[in-house]
Design a protein around this ligand. Structure first.
Ligand code: ZN
Length: 383
């Protein structure tokens, strides 16, 4: 198939209301690849006139085929914040890179149009394994793409799935049983409106799940991590009609987002934290790490140790190269209900001084035994 593909200028076309979006892994790219595949100011004019389908990498060729099979005219590759408005997202779940493609050579599903529904619908497919644990879902951007998409067709190695607000159906027309819970929020075609009707605990659970997922996902650039979570969190803040700053939801100040979900979610509201009126900063009580503790490593995890004893855990937002003595902390919450014990832990934001006195930035989160955090502190501004 040597056909022409053209770049459409949305500014000129205007009002495009039906288009397909590709969700995919970039894979490792050489400088030559970038020169060949990127649309830049140098080749933009030429591409608007059209370029050959065969020039495209395999994954892009495949999605052009799918777009045509769905009889859509426009396809969007790689632009964030657009997913919520696209008609349908094509998830190249099986492709590790642009070169791989995702349509099976023997697949004839595109040629046959609508397949007939089998008389005895049974299937042994595994959505969880094929999609949730496939190569595409290892990318942090993709979770966002998935959460914000209205409809998605997942092309996995062995099976194809259709996901929409009502659930997931596989290529054998079997409606898969939804794992009710976190999935319920991800499937929301108007994400995150369901957080408003789901109740406090389920919403808190979901937010915790999102943060946990993001912290384990791969990103090409670590600085993307903030950006990726930011737009989802902002949307949730709008729907919950609350402010969100530095990972803190104003209405959920009493919730622990970093503890293991098996443990109690509810914690006391910290008196160390307030939302400043300027719309940006948090007014905080700045405390010191006390005692004779230092930072150590345990199985790739950052821990706080006193001698051989582990007294806390740390999770840095960007890099693990920060020294404990360069950090302060803000207590955001503490366990609820239990009797005060020696191993009682504060949940803290780890912060670092900015250039100006009294101004701090967030560098991570942690859990530290109470006696290793100073009881008094100075006032500061976190932003
Ligand atoms: Zn199936």
């Amino acid at each position: 198939m040597d056909e022409m593909v053209v770049i459409a200028d949305l500014g000129v076309c205007g009002g495009i209301d039906e288009y397909i979006v590709l969700s995919h892994c970039w894979g490792p790219l050489t400088d030559q690849d970038k020169k060949r595949f990127y649309t830049t100011s140098e080749n933009y004019k030429a591409r608007k006139l059209g370029f050959s389908y065969v020039e495209l990498p395999k994954t892009f060729q495949d999605v052009v085929q799918v777009t045509r099979a769905l009889q859509k005219q426009y396809l969007w590759i790689d632009a964030l914040y657009i997913f919520a408005y696209a008609d349908c997202t094509i998830a190249a779940s099986s492709a590790h890179s642009w070169r791989d493609g995702f349509l099976k050579a023997q697949s004839n599903s595109l040629d046959t149009g609508v397949q007939s529904i089998p008389s005895t619908p049974t299937c042994t497919c595994d959505f969880n394994k094929d999609v949730d644990r496939g190569p595409l879902m290892k990318r942090a951007w993709v979770l966002q793409e998935r959460v914000l998409s209205r409809q998605i067709i997942h092309f996995s190695v062995v099976h194809t799935y259709f996901e929409c607000g009502d659930g997931v159906m596989c290529e054998q027309f079997i409606t898969l049983k939804p794992s009710f819970g976190k999935q319920y929020f991800i499937l929301d075609p108007n994400f995150p409106s369901r957080v408003n009707v789901a109740g406090f605990k389920r919403t808190a659970n979901f937010i915790q799940f999102l943060f946990q997922e993001y912290s384990t996902f791969g990103l090409s650039f670590d600085t993307d991590r903030d950006v990726v979570i930011h737009s989802l969190v902002e949307r949730m803040g709008q729907v919950l009609e609350t402010q969100v700053r530095y990972g803190i939801f104003h209405c959920f100040l009493s919730i622990d987002f970093i503890s293991n979900s098996k443990h109690s979610l509810m914690v006391l509201r910290s008196v160390d934290l307030g939302f400043a009126d300027d719309g940006q900063a948090l007014n905080v009580k700045v405390r010191q790490f006390g005692g004779i503790c230092r930072m150590g490593k345990k199985g790739g995890k950052c821990v706080i140790v006193d001698g051989a004893k582990e007294v806390g855990s740390l999770w840095f937002d960007m890099a693990d190269l920060i020294q404990l003595e360069d950090c302060n902390c803000v207590v955001i919450s503490m366990p609820k209900g239990r009797k005060k014990e020696v191993s009682w832990k504060y949940h803290v934001l780890i912060i670092q001084k900015k250039v100006r006195d009294g101004e701090y930035k967030r560098v991570g989160v942690g859990k530290v035994e109470v006696q290793y955090v100073s009881s008094d502190g100075s006032t500061g501004m976190l932003w």
